[in-house]
Design a protein around this ligand. Sequence first.
Ligand code: PLP
Length: 371
Amino acid sequence: MSGFNLIPFLDLKTPHIELRPQLQAAFERVLNSGWYIQGSELKQFEEEFANYCEAKYCIGVGNGLDALHLILRAYDIGEGDEVIVPSNTYIATWLAASYAEATPIPVEPDERTYNIDPSRIEAAITPRTKAIMVVHLYGQPADMDVISAVAKKHNLKVIEDAAQAHGARYKGKRVGTLGDAAGFSFYPGKNLGAMGDGGAVTTNDAELAEKIRTLGNYGSRIKYHNEVKGYNSRLDELQAAFLREKLKKLDAWNAQRKAIAAEYVRKLESHNLVLPVVPEWADPVWHLFVVRSQQRENLQAHLQQQGIGTMIHYPIPPHLQPAYSELGYKQGDFPIAEAIHREVLSLPMGPTMNVAQVTQVSKSTNDYLEA
Ligand SMILES: *Cc1c(COP(=O)(O)O)cnc(C)c1O
């Protein structure tokens, strides 16, 4: 998609080329082991990623959507139950609730941080509400203390959708243990990405960890003994081996993203552009660098002409997707999310981007908006 751009939206190849010897060695380890599902690479990755997240447990699963879905299943959240979700998110957050046969109940975001607005959650709670699924959107942690206080008052689970936020910190603590459980995605484009699909759940809850491990492996703890109707959702040895190598680089890669974001903030001068807002308690990992412009479409076309790849995260909010027509929402029901979806543009961002590229993107953006 952005393969021919001078400055691609995201360069997935260079980080892998840089790690070629380590990734090839990882491949050789798995090849020679003769063991390809649920072996020692997975076990070690789970320990290493749990340590990284400062969590007691990590369970590798098939992808990020499964991670969120399995958490809901493990908490027996299902038909007739409601799960509070952000109106401003990728559709996977909503789909996790739907997979579990629960109903996603959208809550509008804070216009400045794009994350769920804690002050609006209480109004959406009903006797059927079982959980709040928070998203650390674009890599920036949500305001967890306020959300957890509401959850505690109403006896709700707090589930983190951490698919975009590997390594981010909230008041010094890593995402992944800020609620009852967290779902991560290792889709290739995420801050920690596999070379294929992958995901994980992190939690400090031993019982939940055991349930998720069982659910993701056909409902079985002992081979061919099936306690519950489970799923097949596992992180394979090859992806786990690759992820172990890439995890060693994650902090350095996130630091480079942070440097790139700081450079954008310095260089994007146009007053016709809204820059990301970072609350003082947030240490984001800049999965995306998202700006807002009322001339979003034209700006994107202009940048494309200059060979600069951009993306829109996301063009259509979940409540207006045909997939959710059954819920009967219409344009205007969630005006904050709708305005955000109309105006956001994600500028190039990644672990191997350099300052010269930021200068060029910023100049093209400033020139266009001030012309
Ligand atoms: C990527 C993503 C997911 C889903 O992850 P997959 O591995 O693609 O299933 C869930 N939530 C958010 C916010 C995401 O960005």
